[in-house]
Design a binder for this molecule. Structure first.
Ligand code: HEM
Length: 413
């Protein structure tokens, strides 16, 4: 592989075996210049000016820390510019800057309080146990459908007060929204793809409208009630803000932790000595294992920022309106920060990975919840099915989500 042969905008790049992908990013990190790429094509807009790929840890951290220079409002989840309404509809505050971002985050953080999350701690434990009950009854099966997808889906739906009979519908639509370039979920016909995406957003917005109306009448102990009734210094979410935030939460709540769990099983299969280490002191090493799974797999591969003005960072001169893409996946393998970065090592300490984003105003709102889900599921699996192993994954074709669609698992000899 040569640097000249690497094109991060080519769909095929994201289908390469994971080890080759890691090698490509190592080559890019070793370049003296920040690499620049032409933009990928998209059904939604004209071809843009291209982007700088921030592949080093120092650049990713610095850009995240300075949102006044590296803004999210022109789009954080897509490299091509999308219409503003589209960004907000699907991305809510992830695609906003202050003061709007701060206002939204203030309102929802209250609703997403540690008290509410703590209340779900027991539910997370119980849900993980029941998923593993079913796994043991089913025997070897597809780990994604039977295990990894089920816990985050149940927890985010319970938190929102979404009834069980809507789980499939939520999963189908969040899959479409974060399907990337994968033809299994999104049509290759561009007009058709737009219709599918908008339809998925609308289906979730309709679900929220029904829940919000019911909770406004009779508030319950769920997140939708807290959001409908949140009134911080006289500020409340508008109906449109509530719908977009709801879409962001169900998508982010579902499509990330699921992949971290699947990668976790793959990693403990590929590195059996790390499994042995974990099993030798489960409670002592669970926390380190969860952080290392998120570092190593980086379920969210990138976020984008756009320069608000000319600015020099780590020796590179950027111009106003330049686009930069923060490749968390690459920052998390930066040999300047992580010794032997391609080694999965649950005892890595410190482990300052940027899998949940780097410190800054957009740092993952769901990080605590995700950590609790990953810890609970890993504990159940390692206690009750410690010999579970992964077969060959069927990976999602996406530059944004390091996704696993299907993963056969085996256990019991
Ligand atoms: C392993 C699981 C997860 C990973 C790897 C992950 C990753 C990320 C990353 C990288 C960002 C940074 C965005 C940026 O800087 O522009 C982010 C933001 C966010 N995440 Fe997560 N996430 C995970 C789980 C969750 C869960 C479970 C939820 C909700 C239930 C959630 C909700 C959010 C929200 C709302 C934001 C936007 C915050 C803002 O813009 O202020 N995430 N996540």
């Amino acid at each position: 592989m040569t640097v000249a042969g690497i094109d991060l905008s080519a769909t095929e790049f994201w289908g390469l075996p994971l080890a080759e992908r890691a090698t490509a990013f190592a080559l890019l990190r070793a370049q003296p210049q920040t690499p620049f790429f032409a933009e990928p094509e998209t059904p939604f807009s004209e071809l843009g000016p291209g982007y700088y790929a921030l592949v080093r840890y120092a650049d990713v951290v610095e850009a995240s820390r300075h949102p006044e220079v590296f803004c999210s409002g022109k789009g954080a989840t897509s490299i091509p510019d999308l219409p503003v309404e589209f960004n907000e509809y699907f991305g809510s505050m992830i695609n906003m800057d202050d003061p709007r971002h701060a206002r939204l985050r203030r309102i929802v953080s209250r609703a997403f309080s540690p008290r509410l999350i703590a209340k779900f701690q027991d539910d997370v434990r119980r849900a993980a146990a029941s998923v593993v009950d079913d796994l043991l009854a089913a025997g070897p099966c597809d780990f994604v459908a039977n295990v990894a997808a089920r816990l985050p889906l149940k927890i985010i739906c319970d938190m929102m007060g979404i009834p069980d009979d809507q789980y499939d519908m939520v999963m189908t639509n969040t899959n479409i929204i974060l399907s990337g370039a994968d033809p299994e979920f999104l049509s290759e016909d561009m007009d058709q793809a737009v219709v599918q995406l908008l339809g998925a957003g609308q289906a979730l917005a309709d679900l929220l409208a029904g829940l919000a109306a019911a909770r406004a009448e009779a508030p319950a102990e769920d997140l939708v009630s807290a959001l409908v009734t949140a009134n911080i210094d006289g500020e409340q979410l508008t109906t449109a803000e509530l719908a977009s935030f709801f879409i962001l939460l169900v998508v982010a709540g579902n499509e990330t932790t699921r992949n971290a769990l699947s990668h976790g099983l793959m990693l403990f299969s590929e590195f059996p000595e790390q499994r042995a280490l974990l099993l030798a002191d489960l409670e002592g090493r669970l926390e380190g294992a969860v952080e290392e799974i998120v570092r190593y797999s980086s379920p969210v591969l990138f976020m984008r920022r756009t320069l608000t003005r000319d600015h020099t960072m780590n020796g590179h001169d950027y111009r106003q309106d330049d686009k930069v893409v923060l490749f968390y996946y690459s920052a998390n393998r930066d040999e300047a920060v992580f010794a032997d970065p391609d080694r999965f090592d649950i005892s890595r300490s410190p482990n300052p990975h940027v899998g949940f984003g780097a410190p800054g105003p957009h740092y993952c709102l769901g990080a605590h919840l995700a950590r609790r889900e990953l810890t609970a599921m890993l504990r159940e699996l390692m206690t009750r099915v410690p010999d579970i192993t992964a077969g060959e994954p069927d990976r999602l074709l996406s530059s944004f989500i390091n996704g696993i669609k299907r993963l056969p698992c085996n256990f019991g000899g």
